[in-house]
Design a protein around this ligand. Sequence first.
Ligand code: NDP
Length: 315
Amino acid sequence: RKGNVVITGASSGLGLATAKAIAETGKWHVTMACRNFLKAEKAAKSVGIAKENYTVMHLDLASLDSVRQFVDTFRLSGRPLDVLVCNAAVYLPTAKEPTFTAEGFELSVGTNHLGHFLLSRLLLDDLKKSDFPQKRLIIVGSITGNTNTLAGNVPPKANLGDLRGLAGGLNGLDTSAMIDGGEFDGAKAYKDSKVCNMLTMQEFHRRFHEETGISFASLYPGCIAETGLFRNHIPLFRALFPPFQKYITKGYVSEEEAGKRLAQVISDPSLSKSGVYWSWNKNSSSFENQLSQEASDAEKARKLWDVSEKLVGLA
Ligand code: NDP
């Protein structure tokens, strides 16, 4: 049978390019889990994904009710789940004030981390049930949360501190909207959320890989400077960022190439190792990359897991 993959945020950028790359193999059916149904349908058509190879299903990660609803709808569809890709994200670098999810969590961490945390925890049961030979749970990471790299050292740097803001509910009222309890900073909130993504992947690996055989992985696909992720940035930045990445840092990668990279992590037998943060070198060959100290801190990962469970209502 065909493999079945769910990709969140498949209506643009990396998610869409990945859906296209994996659907084109003819061996996969893609469930595009998206907040804007019409946009996702149009996007799938515009890149030419064949009708029989995809389904759009509604998912708004900024609402935990919507996450639960998605899981119910997916189960009703009767499709097995072989691979889950947590890809969607928001990035709000110019926001002066925090905005919030339906449950009142700061929007970047609420969407990128907490929404995906609940989704992947609930869908773990579905992955366990699948009879697919190589079951995978992939959480898209980034270099920006990684302070052992040049890009990860551009201020404001990611730092989760002792998680006091997160433990307080990230609501910006009686507690800070930032994980470390500090002043709101939209760019930092995004980087923090990516550190959470990478810590969560490793905690999944430690807790569930041996018992379930599921492979857990994260990746940095390269700098895809033209995606919608930068839509909230100032126009000058949007104009200068792609050439800067192309010619100065040389980290630039096209959406198409990045989609092929993520598609490898979904289906390539040589990328089946669990607990790995994949990256690609200049010749586009994959390698197991190192994470920064904070992004590989096992104690912090465990604490993040416990606090996140409480916030999403699993504990
Ligand atoms: P895009 O903005 O193009 O895509 C983000 C996707 O997430 C969109 O489909 C968007 O939906 C969706 N999304 C946002 N909020 C929600 C929500 N509440 N519920 C459901 N879906 C939502 O950005 P990219 O393709 O660049 O980003 C994809 C991933 O790649 C992210 O995890 C990002 O951190 C990562 N990444 C990107 C890099 C880059 O250079 N661009 C580098 C490293 C990592 P909609 O279309 O409706 O807005």
